[in-house]
Unconditional design. Structure first.
Length: 132
């Protein structure tokens, strides 16, 4: 039914195909479609949609898309930290807390936020494990 809706964007059509046939090939087609749009809005939309699916494979693609989005912003900019945090939250749900904590530690070590609230957000995930 979703595939028959009129006036759908290419990305929405690709997502409808992904929901209709949640196979790796369909996911790859969706990711290529989003990346070929070559816009921050398309990547933002694609990452958001992938993060909401039930498929862990799709969520992992969403993490990669969030990382790609972050790479298009200056390192340590507010947008960069926000996108990295979104990828960390998704990593917690899909891969696990250890992998998410590792990502947060990496950012705190190499690009510590100067904004207190942002730093606390990242440190809240790292917790008492400190520099281990």
């Amino acid at each position: 039914a979703l595939l028959l809706w009129p006036n759908r964007s290419e990305i929405e059509m690709a997502l409808a195909r992904l929901w209709n046939q949640p196979a790796e090939e369909t996911l790859s087609r969706f990711v290529r479609q989003v990346q070929s749009a070559n816009s921050l809005d398309a990547l933002q939309q694609g990452a958001g949609l992938l993060s909401k699916t039930a498929s862990s494979l799709a969520k992992k693609a969403g993490i990669k898309m969030l990382d790609e989005l972050a790479s298009r912003h200056p390192i340590a900019s507010p947008e960069w930290y926000d996108l990295k945090w979104r990828a960390i939250v998704l990593t917690t749900r899909v891969v696990g807390l250890a992998a998410a904590t590792k990502r947060a530690k990496y950012i705190l070590l190499l690009h510590p936020p100067t904004d207190q609230a942002t730093r606390q957000q990242y440190e809240s995930l790292v917790g008492d494990s400190g520099g281990s």
